[in-house]
Design a protein around this ligand. Sequence first.
Ligand code: ATP
Ligand code: MG
Length: 431
Amino acid sequence: MITNIGSILAEKLEGKEVALRGWMHRTRTSGSMVFAVMRDPTGIMQITVKKDKVDSKSWKDASDSYVESSFTVRGKVAKDERAPGGYEIQASDFTTISRGEPFPIAKDLSEEFLLDVRHLWMRSQKMTNIMKARHHIVNYLREFFEEDGFYEMAPPIITRSGCEGGSTLFEVDYFGEKAYLTQSSQMYAEVFVFSLGKVYVLAPSFRAEKSRTIRHLAEYWHLEPEMAFYDYKMNMDLQESMVKYVVKKMVEEKPDLLKACGREPEDLRATIVKPFERMEYEVAVEEVNGLGGKMEFGQDFGADEEALLTKGAETPLFVTRFPKEIKAFYMKEDPQNPEFVLNNDLLAPVGHGEIIGGSERIWQYDELVARMKEQKLEPKDYQWYLDLRRYGSVPHSGYGLGIERLCKWVLNLEHIRDAIPFPRTINRCYP
Ligand code: ATP
Ligand code: MG
């Protein structure tokens, strides 16, 4: 019976004859014994091959295997307290599928080298666990929106104009004309507010981030919901329910995977049960300064300021109502206080930083044109976007969540690059 490692561990197939296909995780030969550890997509399993229990071809294959050679093994499942998972396979047959060459990744290699061989490093237990966790996080996000009646829409990736400022645009030669890789799909998501009501886009966004930080990528996956008739408070409520939903699912259904990634599930418990604090920008600036930071009114929070604000925090923190001049042109003015906009950032606990930026959108034509002029934008560059306000517009809100930022926090990763298989940064777009 061909099975996999996860099934052997889950079904406790002790005493049964099984066959497994996988790769050599570790191997050591001692006299007439090979102690191997096989890995497959479901886990790792100790294998012992005794010279006098197998034919000579099996013995040769087993003792000649490199780390990462692929092979099939047949044998009996036996209990072994010392083995990972508590079981081992006592081999009766070992057949190499591809021996390959000596694997270039051994212990203690530099981060740079591991990035050069990222395509092979993806086979490591560390990256395998993170990629599994990322898959579940994205699935739970989709599940959340599905249950709440959202439609998923497909945006274009090549666009005519940016919406987050010119300095981080990647230019593309589009049949001899200038075009750009999208920085955000928000404006396209807004199109569907007027037909489908509640929609989201999950697609890559591109930002030519020129500084090296542990939370900026040049290409990242961006989840952007947009909802008709939501004001900015409903927008925040939705963000909070979404984060709680995903975190609860991970803690309750994937605790072992969280631990394997370096996150203690209990540390996420407060996020599930406690309401997220909501703090106005002006209060947050005072708070930062009270904690030794040096911020002036009208500045945005950098990594250091976000770290001060969320030091020791158990749950994410909303910072709301930023000054108009430091925010994008489409954010709606606060009617009570027109210097400010009805927006929010959501900061993850203990310095993981901003994971969401959201706002109520300007939904009336004249107001949007006026704001564009204030921000020195050309309304003619945004004709189609303005059209949305010319025909039966309605109030609406939305937000953008960085998938890798969310993963970095939930999985407690040191660097955002490990939340994505092939990170694109200022000095790397290989492999
Ligand atoms: P930051 O201030 O951290 O640069 P931002 O204000 O530029 O973020 P937004 O334009 O509001 O971010 O984008 C929405 C979300 O997209 C952010 O909250 C974050 O989760 C994510 N994000 C933005 N830029 C990047 C990036 N370069 N790499 C990865 N994720 C990003
Ligand atoms: Mg930015």
